[in-house]
Every structure is written in C-alpha cells, then in structure tokens.
Design a protein around this ligand. Structure first.
Ligand code: AMP
Length: 299
C-alpha cells in the first residue's frame, strides 16, 4: 500500500566542524519520502519555490515518489540553516526562512484522499491538521514534530495528538512536552494526550516504542563516522511507515520490525550531507544493516 507524506520540502545549508554545504535538498518530507520509498510507493505533499533546482525534482522521481501534490509556487523555497557542534548530537538553528511555506494551503489531489498510511512529518501542526482533514479513511497516522511547535503552536499540536495513532518525538521534546525527566513517566503522560503508540527518539542511542504490548527498546545502527545527521529522524519515521504499509498483518505485529527498518534506513542518512548517501542506497543495503542489527541485539 502507498504512503502519503506531508512535511517541509526545503533547501538546507548545513555547517559541521569539518565542512559547510549550502542549499542541499532537505526538509522533513523529502527525507521521509525517500526513506519510505525503499519499501512502498510514496505520494508527497509540499510546496517549493521557482528557485527549486530541477535536479532535486529528478531525485524525487528517481525514487518514484508521486509529486503531483507538490506545488511549485512563485517565490522562494523554504530555507533552513543549521550548525553542528563537534558532538553531532548538538545542533543549532541559524536561520529559518519560510518562503513559499508562509502561504501554503495543502490541497490533496483526489487520488491522495484515499491514502491509508499517513505520515505527518515535521511541519506546522495546523498544516498537519489540514492534510488529515482531507483524508477519507486513514488506517494508520503517524505525526512527528519539533521543539518550535511546542513553543509556538502547542494547542494545535495537542488537538492533533487526539487524531493520530502514533506520535514520534525526540527525548528533549518529550521532556519539554511533559515536564518529566523520567522517560517512562513521560511516555505515560503522552499516551494520555491521545496516541496509542509513542516513539521517543534518542539519536545515536536508538529509540523506545511504547504501545499496547508494552515497551520495545530499539538500537540505532552504530556508525564510526557521522558526517551530517540532518534528516535522520525523518528518515527513521519514513522508513518505519514505508515498511508498515508494505507488511501484511496487524500493525501491532509489524511495528517492532518496522522500527528496526527505520533505524537501518536512518543510518545511511547520517553518512553524508543531505540526501546524498540515502539516494544511492539499495534495498539490499538496508536489509544487510537490518540483519546486522538483529545479530547485535539478540541474546
Ligand atoms: P531532523 O534532522 O530529522 O530533525 O530534520 C531536519 C529537517 O527539518 C531539515 O531538512 C530541515 O529542512 C527541516 N526543518 C527545520 N526546521 C523546520 C521547520 N520549522 N519546519 C519544518 N521543517 C523544518
């Protein structure tokens, strides 16, 4: 089954202690859609400006991503720039220029409204609502977010949480949202806000899933060299939902394996800037890392 992804479609300028790369293809939807495309057909909703390079549209097409719901508007593409410290877990946003996102109203093409697996990747919660409003009968909806929306759009985010099956956030966002240092207490509080499944991402230390059958502790794929982790969280959730949409049987049965496939897919994202590495990966490369992860955690 196909996956519908909405989120940011961006140009990212990224600085690490070792290098600087301007105007790479980025955005939560771009990373998530490419990751999901290894497992399922993907439809992407977003907006870019007339300055958006054709080679990036070609990259979406190479991954067979349906971009009929990607608007190309007069104006500038969303531009984000960020800087990493020597410890790649710490990132600072240098600037966010909304460009065409400022006046974005997502309109789903008719065929997209029947989507069953929906990923509301990181973007303003009001836009996530707007997309969800147009889906007729979703089967499984995952939402992602970021600290910015906890700060400036908390009430929209809280109403969104009542409408989604799963919510993905990182550990610092979970602490901010719940005022809880302890991850188990934070998980309990987030469940009370609505989602059946809560996944807390912990960067290089993996993630924790909490759901009806308890907890699942998932590792991240260990890497010797992290070049640029931008988009790893989006790739994780994209790979996860792409895998779920392709798997047969109940969600509950497949979710753990889906998370491991998300982890394996996200690891490639960290190995070079932007989508450079991920866009060259094959399904066999992902399977190989899943198999290695399986060996590493079995006891
Ligand atoms: P991640 O590293 O998974 O947290 O996601 C990084 C991606 O988020 C980058 O490619 C950015 O373009 C995108 N991004 C940064 N700020 C925002 C924002 N305010 N809204 C939506 N996407 C954003």
């Amino acid at each position: 089954m196909s996956v519908l992804v909405v989120g940011s479609t961006a140009l990212d300028s990224i600085k690490t202690p070792k290098a600087e790369n301007p105007r790479l293809l980025g955005g939560s939807a771009s990373h998530a859609a490419v990751a999901a495309s290894f497992f399922s057909p993907v439809k992407m909703i977003g907006i870019v400006g007339k300055d958006f390079p054709k080679r990036y549209l070609d990259l979406y097409r190479k991954h067979k991503i349906d971009i009929s719901g990607l608007q190309i508007a007069e104006g500038k593409t969303f531009h984000w720039s960020g800087e990493y410290e020597a410890n790649m877990n710490n990132r600072r946003t240098l600037s966010t220029e909304l460009g065409v996102f400022e006046n974005f109203t997502p309109h789903l093409p008719e065929g997209h409204k029947n989507s069953r697996f929906v990923l509301l990747a990181n973007i303003a919660p009001s836009l996530q609502h707007h997309v969800l409003d147009q889906i007729k009968k979703p089967k499984f909806v995952i939402a992602d977010t970021m600290d910015l929306w906890l700060n400036i759009a908390l009430s929209d985010l809280l109403t969104l949480l009542k409408r989604v099956d799963a919510f993905v956030l990182n550990d610092s966002e979970a602490r901010q949202l719940t005022d809880e240092e302890n991850v188990l207490k934070a998980l309990k509080k987030i469940h009370r806000l609505g989602p059946t499944y809560v996944i807390i991402k912990r960067g290089e230390y993996g993630s924790i899933l909490s759901g009806p059958s308890g907890l699942f502790i998932a590792p991240a794929f260990p890497l010797e060299r992290v070049v640029d982790p931008t988009g790893a969280g989006d790739s994780f959730v994209g790979g996860l939902l792409g895998y779920l949409a392709a798997a047969s049987g109940p969600i509950e049965k497949n979710l753990r394996r889906a998370i491991i496939h998300g982890s394996a897919t996200a690891s490639f994202c960290c190995e070079s800037f932007g989508l450079t590495r991920t866009s060259r990966v094959t399904s066999a490369d992902i399977k190989n890392r899943v198999a290695q992860l399986e060996k590493m955690v079995r006891f």
